[in-house]
Design a binder for this molecule. Structure first.
Ligand code: MN3
Length: 201
């Protein structure tokens, strides 16, 4: 059984003008596809073939760097596409909104903390909103690591993630990672994030 890249849950141009069409085409069709191709190549004929992506990610500390990087890349990007939607953004509601206020003081304070996690992540990586011991926390990881990995500095269940690799924003925002993260709020699928929050609590 080999891994495959699922089709985007919306059209490549659906997140315009916040995330441009060409970036989505290259990011989903080339970058995510390359992680999956390299992952399949690396696990072929090994005991890791047949494991789920969740199993591989959980064992990140004891698998090869190639499987860790490309397996993380596959899990993270699948999660990222579903974290966004057209006609989305705005603010969360209900239990999630209350939990964000409780953990960070306000929605604006949360957004600032999340953006800061992405901006201060040196090089390439991810910013996350996670559930840890029933509470919300913001964290970041390098490369294609994520908070589900046994090697993560801060472990938890991710409910929102932002890709801060340059390939996620360079065509439209060039070096301005902060501007990209500011635009990201317009495409966050809070319905999906709330659903993940409900499952993770
Ligand atoms: Mn990426």
């Amino acid at each position: 059984m080999s891994f495959t890249v699922a089709p985007l849950p919306y059209a490549h141009d659906a997140l315009e003008p916040h995330i441009d069409t060409t970036t989505m085409q290259i990011h989903h069709g080339k970058h995510h596809q390359a992680y999956v191709d390299n992952l399949n190549k690396a696990i072929a004929g090994t005991p890791n073939e047949g494991k789920t992506i969740e199993q591989l990610v959980a064992e990140a500390g004891s698998i090869s760097p190639t499987v860790r990087n490309n397996g993380g890349g596959h899990w993270n990007h699948t999660f990222f596409w579903e974290s966004m939607a057209p006609n989305a953004g705005g603010a969360p509601a209900g239990d999630l909104a209350a939990a964000i206020d409780a953990a960070f003081g306000s929605f604006d304070a949360f957004k600032e903390k999340f953006a800061n996690a992405g901006i201060t992540r040196f090089g390439s990586g991810w910013a996350w909103l996670i559930v840890k011991d029933g509470k919300l926390e913001v964290s970041s990881t390098p490369n294609q690591d994520n908070p589900l990995m046994d090697v993560a500095d801060v472990k938890g269940v991710p409910i929102l993630g932002a890709d801060v690799w340059e390939h996620a924003y360079y065509l439209k925002y060039q070096n301005l990672r902060a501007k990209y993260l500011d635009a990201f709020w317009n495409v966050v699928n809070w319905t999906k994030v709330a659903e993940r929050f409900g499952a993770a609590k």
